[in-house]
Ligand binder design. Structure first.
Ligand code: SF4
Ligand code: SF4
Length: 144
């Protein structure tokens, strides 16, 4: 990777940069990693975090782009810059089973109930209609 980026993934206008929020929020089947838990391969790198097995990370990780990152590429309305996963602690992604369902998943405990989290939910409901909000429910997996 060469930088602090977890995944040097770019869309037309955005890149992951220092963000690693999906490495907390998402379940990764290939790694038996549950949602809301730190990926064991996430390591300190510079001022941020990086993937310790980058290049050999599982297909789920390789293909994942959150809505904030890929909105333009998928023809979705662009998720406002201020609602980035890093700024909000919330990862927006399209449903696996139905592309009509937008998930807002906490990558930090309580993120959906913060002021910016409420604004994000309001914006998403207005834009997409059908959303689900997944709160960080495994208290023992609290971020350090
Ligand atoms: S949450 Fe989005 S912006 Fe952050 S690392 Fe994952 S794909 Fe990149
Ligand atoms: S394997 Fe790498 S990219 Fe995948 S969740 Fe873990 S740290 Fe993130």
């Amino acid at each position: 990777m060469g930088s602090t980026s977890v995944r040097p993934i770019k869309s037309k206008n955005r890149e992951c940069g220092n963000c690693s929020e999906c490495c907390w929020a998402l379940g990764i089947d290939e790694l038996d990693k549950p949602q809301f838990a730190k990926c064991p391969h996430l390591i300190k790198r510079g001022d941020g975090e990086g993937c310790g097995i980058y290049g050999e990370h599982p297909p789920t990780c390789q293909s994942f782009m959150c809505g904030w990152l890929q909105a333009d590429d998928k023809g979705m309305d662009h998720v406002p810059k201020e609602f980035s996963p890093l700024a909000t602690g919330i990862v927006l992604h399209v449903g696996d089973t139905s592309p009509n369902i937008i998930h807002l998943t906490e990558s930090r405990i309580g993120a959906l109930d913060t002021e910016i989290g409420k604004q994000f939910r309001k914006w998403a409901r207005r834009k997409y209609g059908l959303i689900t909000s997944k709160k960080w429910y495994i208290k023992s997996a609290k971020r350090d």
